[in-house]
Design a protein around this ligand. Structure first.
Ligand code: BGC
Length: 768
């Protein structure tokens, strides 16, 4: 449809029709007899349903086609519906959670993953995904760090723009793509005390330098929607923040797409104490430029009256409606309201072999090796015990992979059986060979309590699986039902684990957060592994055998003594559908791990929020000697236990000193080349990620001790070397100065190139 035709359509619509274009209802409202708490009768009425502009949470080709057909037939102007869904890290084929994708430092992983998600979701009738989440995260207590690409603005920005490009492709008329929604604008990740939905108190320069860039990258990449955030920013809720939404988002960043509220965020301005009622909240949101009200009856119940009372203008309403109609038009919905939805196409693309392969590759690249004493990994022994609640756990995606069917996920046990050629029946306890006399149990476990058995592979490897302990302590309440387990059963599992561990030469402990421990509304003040798992670890680690600990996590954790007492620790994040395969590929050495931490791992939760790009302070803690009256903790190091950017491979690398092409940089398009030679000094092929950091030594506002400005992944064979160069230009040195604008300041800078953010491998230049 041409713009004139859209305008004509708009002019023919009734006021009610227009308002309802700005309303989104949950799909559950369209299911027979469904009633969603919080929605008024007015909003759930058949009339509202026949006029509502968009729906959230419906997928499935048949369902989507039927819904659209019924809707268009009933709509006075036959305007098609928009179907939106949270496709965050996978629709059916689920990729590593965004934090895991951040660990790949690989924009192609993000792009290809998003492309596949779009392909699968569009075949199931989805038009818009509420992804990517561009929130900068520095506080591991906040559960939503799992949905972000980490603590660094530069890495975030690169991953976010790749995701937007992957979802949207070159044109939204291409039915295998979906429109992307960058969220949650703005600074949602800075929640006070890491508690979800909380206030965010930020100076303007930190907001602009640290928090806004990743959203902006998503907008520059063409994201068609932006979502407001739940938090207040310096006391003002985002959905009513005119400065943030109109001045910054629309005017400065040039965003002209659809701005949607987060779920009930407009109505929540009343609870915040920012608006006296829903009508006032709607007025504020409309004036701030929020086009769609997600899942409340604020807009549907107030806008007409606000206009009748002369508080809101029809022009403002028309502006918002036009943006929604334009998005529908750009998606080609007026010409083809069913767009990519197709049962046949769904069969062809959902969980296809190609999609799974891409997901497996992403898992391989996302795993981060924290420690590997005496080359404990790759696995080498023949008697291996896989122990822990994650050995055979299907829920290895995150709580935000909402359309994922856990049955499609490859567990660690599935992948182990496949690798060793154990058939499903031989891996079945009843049919496998009994451990019997092969094992000399040193525990008081009654032999009738043994539920495990040894599986022998054709290659002679012997494998045993045991659950080891319960995932969570009995009585844990994550908000959707109390986790009920039997403590006696847990004791039995631990005894069995010990018995199994004693038999083995090599133990792989599969531990982690439960799926519901990260995601929305899952802030934690204790970021350790659940108690039964720590008990299991204690018992097994006492045996002092080769112990490889795998951790499936949605956030940085306080790892307690796990790294000291393990031979190797491999972080696996929430790996998704191909989790088991990707993990086994790394455990067996098919590929070397190459992931790098996208967030600093603390020694203690007390260090949070923790990030590498902090200020030096006027009393930096000396690296050695007395540190009284310095900026320090009495009981904990200042530094991260594992810094941002850290991750080992199965090889070793040497980075030469930094060489600069010259020592002064002019600000007129000049550039300096900073290079190093990277050498693989180990025994296998591996991929290292070189990271470029810069420190501005003196600024009109103090500058971080380091800021990531570039990265490059390099794969080298043993003995091979490569020269790697980064180009440094003046625009990379700009920051929000005392003049309240982005500009660079002449003076000295240090360039660091290394394999993580703690590198001291630097050289100096001067900007003149
Ligand atoms: C979340 C958003 C999500 C929306 C729709 C909200 O609770 O904060 O990230 O997109 O729900 O599901």
């Amino acid at each position: 449809m041409k713009t004139e035709d859209l305008k004509k359509l708009l002019s023919e619509m009734s006021l009610e029709e227009k308002v309802m274009q700005l309303v989104q209802l949950p799909g559950s409202e369209f299911e027979a007899d469904a009633a969603v708490t919080g929605l008024s009768e007015r909003q759930s009425s058949d009339k509202a349903k026949s006029l509502v502009g968009s729906i959230l949470g419906v997928w499935g080709a048949e369902k989507a086609i039927a819904l659209q057909k019924r809707y268009i037939e009933n709509h006075p102007h036959h305007i098609p519906l928009l179907l939106m869904l949270d496709v965050i890290h996978g629709h059916k084929t689920v990729f590593p959670c965004p934090l895991g994708q951040g660990a790949t430092f690989d924009t192609e992983v993000a792009r290809k993953g998003a492309e596949i998600q779009a392909k699968e979701a569009s075949a199931e009738g989805v038009h818009v995904t509420f992804s990517p989440m561009a929130d900068l995260v520095r506080d591991a207590r906040w559960g939503r760090v799992v949905e972000s690409c980490g603590e660094d603005k530069f890495l975030n920005g690169k991953m976010i723009s790749a995701m937007v490009e992957g979802y949207q492709g070159d044109s939204l008329l291409d039915k295998e793509h979906v429109a992307s929604c960058v969220k949650h604008f703005a600074a949602y990740g800075g929640a006070d005390a890491g508690r979800d939905y909380n206030n965010v108190e930020l100076s303007e320069h930190t907001l602009r330098e640290q928090y806004l860039p990743a959203y902006e990258e998503g907008i520059k990449a063409g994201a068609r929607l932006v979502m407001t955030s739940f938090n207040t920013l310096n006391g003002i809720p985002s959905s009513g923040n005119k400065w943030l939404m109109r001045d910054i988002l629309r005017d400065e960043m040039g965003f002209d797409g659809v701005l949607i509220s987060d779920w009930a965020a407009i109505a929540e301005m009343v609870k915040w104490g920012f608006a006296k009622d829903n009508a006032e909240a709607s007025d504020l949101a409309m004036k701030a430029g929020v086009d769609i009200d997600m899942c409340t009856d604020c807009y549907s119940g107030s806008i007409e009256k606000l206009i009748a009372d002369g508080k809101l203008s029809v022009e403002l309403l028309d502006e918002a409606v036009m943006r929604v109609l334009t998005l529908k038009n750009d998606l080609g919905l007026f010409e083809d309201p069913y767009r990519g939805a197709s049962v046949e196409k769904s069969k062809e693309v959902l969980l296809s072999r190609e999609n799974r392969e891409v997901a497996r590759d992403a898992v391989q690249k996302s795993l981060v090796l924290l420690t590997n004493k005496e080359n404990a990994l790759p696995l080498s022994e023949k008697k291996i015990a896989f122990i822990g609640p994650y050995v055979d756990e299907k829920k290895i995606h995150s709580s935000w992979a909402i359309s994922c069917d856990p049955e499609d996920n490859v567990t660690i046990k599935d992948a182990v059986c496949e690798y060793y050629g154990l058939t499903a029946s031989s891996a079945n306890n009843e049919n496998g060979e009994s451990a019997g006399d092969d094992i000399s149990p040193k525990t008081d476990l009654d032999s009738s309590d043994k539920t495990v058995c040894i599986h022998k592979s054709a290659s002679g490897a012997q494998v045993i699986f045991a659950k080891g302990c319960n995932m969570l302590p009995n009585g844990t309440d994550l908000g959707y039902g109390v986790y009920k387990t039997d403590d006696a059963e847990n004791d039995k599992l631990i005894k069995e684990a010990l018995w199994v561990a004693e038999w083995a030469d090599e133990i792989v402990l599969c531990l982690g957060e439960e799926i519901g421990q990260s995601g929305e509304s899952t802030s934690r003040v204790d970021i350790t592994l659940p108690k039964p798992q720590m008990e299991l670890f204690e018992v097994v680690s006492k045996l002092e055998k080769k112990l490889v600990t795998l951790i499936l996590n949605g956030r940085p954790l306080d790892l307690k003594d796990i790294p000291e007492k393990s031979s190797a620790v491999l972080l696996c994040w929430r790996p998704g559908t191909e989790g088991g395969h990707g993990i086994m590929d790394v455990l067996t050495g098919k590929v070397s791990p190459s992931g790098k931490l996208p967030m600093s791992f603390p020694w203690s939760v007390g260090q949070e929020p923790l990030h590498y790009d902090h200020y030096n302070t006027g009393r930096p803690k000396p690296s050695e000697g007395a540190s009284i009256f310095s900026s320090r903790y009495l009981d904990c190091p200042n530094e991260a236990r594992y810094p941002f950017g850290f991750g080992l491979t199965y090889s070793s690398f040497e980075v030469s000193e930094v060489r600069l092409s010259k020592e002064t940089l002019k600000s007129d398009g000049d550039s300096i080349s900073a290079s190093v030679t990277l050498k693989n000094t180990g025994k296998c092929e591996a991929t290292e990620t070189l990271q470029l950091y810069i420190r501005d030594m003196v600024g009109s506002r103090v500058r971080p001790v380091k800021e990531l400005k570039g990265f490059e992944k390099v794969t080298l064979l043993p003995g091979e070397s490569k020269e790697v160069s980064f180009e440094i230009k003046e625009d990379m040195l700009r920051f929000f100065t005392i003049n309240n604008r982005f500009e660079s300041e002449p003076g000295k800078f240090t360039v660091y190139i290394g394999t993580d953010s703690s590198t001291e491998n630097g050289a100096e230049f001067e900007l003149v």
